[in-house]
Design a protein around this ligand. Sequence first.
Ligand SMILES: *Cc1c(COP(=O)(O)O)cnc(C)c1O
Length: 438
Amino acid sequence: MSLAERDHNIIWHPYTQMKTAALPIPIVRGEGALLFSEDGKSYIDAVSSWWVNLHGHAHPYIAQKVAEQLQTLEHVIFAGFTHPAAVTFAERLISILPQGQSRIFYSDNGSTAVEVALKMAIQYWENVGTPKKKIIAFRDSYHGDTFGAMSVSARSAFTAPFWPYLFEPHFIDVPVPGNEEETIKQLEVFAIAGDVAAFIYEPLVLGTAGMVMYKHEVLDRLLEICQQHNILTIADEVMTGFGRTGRTFASDYVQHKPDMVCLSKGLTGGTMALGATSCNEKIYEAFLSDDKRKTLFHGHSYTANPVACAAGLASLDLLLLPDTQQCTRHISQRHQDFAIQCRTLPKVKEVRQQGTILAVEFEADGTSYFNKMGDTLYSFGLEQGVILRPLGNIIYVIPPYCITDKQLDKVYQTILGMQQLITGTRYFEPPTKTTLHD
Ligand SMILES: *Cc1c(COP(=O)(O)O)cnc(C)c1O
C-alpha cells in the first residue's frame, strides 16, 4: 500500500472533506523553497507551508541548533522552572517587538496566543476593578480555530455549526481603501457606547480573508480612538510578523503601538509549534497582587518548549542577517513589478501587495463557479510544480525569503497561466479529484 493510501485509511486532515478529497501528496524531503514528493517531483512552496516557513525547509542552521537543544534539554515544566532558551528568546523578542512590549507569555500556536491575549484583556479590566465585556474585531478577520479565537473571527461557513456557542464581539468593517471613514465611524460609535475591553486586529493584511489589505494611516487613527477611550489593543501578528509585510512587524508601520501582540507561525521559522503573547507593563502590573484571584490562570503542557524556543532563536539569527533583509526587499520589489504587469490583464480585478505578500484577485462570476475554478487553479499549480492555494477567487504568494529569482519567475508564470485558464486562452483538464480545502 502506498503512503498516501495508508494515510487515507487512518488520518483525518484539517479543513478537508475526506469523502471527496484526492489522496494527499506524500512529501519526503524539503530544501530551500522546495518540497520533494515520494515520486521525486519537486514543488515550489509559494505559500510557505501555511505561512509558517521563513528561511526554507530543513534549514541546516536551525536543524543544528534544534539538535543541540534536544541533546541538552528537551522539555521542562514552565511553572516554577525556567530554562536558558525561553529567557534568551524572550529577551530577543522584546528587543525587536514594537516599542512598549515588555513581557512574553508563551503558548504553543496562533490560536492559543490569541486566547491568551483575550483573557489578558478581559481579566485586566476585572483586576483593575472596572470590568468591561465587549471586544471589537474586524468583520472578515481570522484569529484561529479555538472558541475564543473563533468568536472574534468572521462568521463564515467554517464556523457556522458553532455560532450559538461563540461570544458576540462588535464587528466593524475592514477599512479597505475607500471605506476608511465608515470604519472609523463604526469604531467611534462602539467606543463612545463604552464597555469595550479590547480591539483585536490583523495589522495591514487580513490573511484568511484573502490577503485583504488596508493602509497604516487608518490603523493609526483606529488605534488612536481606542487609546482615547481606554480600549486595549491587540495586534494579531501571527501571519504578518517576522518580515512578511516588509518590516519586522506590521505594527512597525504605525505610530500608536498595541498593548498586546500575538505571535506564532514564523516565530520558529516554521520549524516547531510555538505561540507567544507579549504585553506592555501596564497589562502585566494589573495581574500583580497579594490576591491570588488576580493571577492569569492559563498554561499549556508544552508552554515555552525548549526545542521550539531554540528553533525560534536560530530563526531570529537568520532573520536579522543583512542578506535576509536584502532578500525580503528584493521579493517586495519583484512583487511590485509583477503587480504592474498583472493589473492590466483581463479578468484581473485587483492586485494587492504589501512587502513579501502578493495577492491577485480574479473577477468572480459566481461563488460556485469559483469553487470549481479554485480547484482547477490549484491542480494546475501542482502540475506546474508550484504550491498556490486559492482563497476563493484570490491567488496569493507568501514565499520563504530564500526563494530564488528563477523560482519566483516560475511562480509568476504559473499565476499568468491561471489567468489564461480563466480567460479561456489556455486549456487544462484537471484530475477528477482535487485536494483543495479552503
Ligand atoms: C493562522 C492564524 C492564526 C491561528 O494560528 P494557528 O497556529 O493556526 O492556530 C491566528 N491569527 C492569524 C492572523 C493567523 O493567520
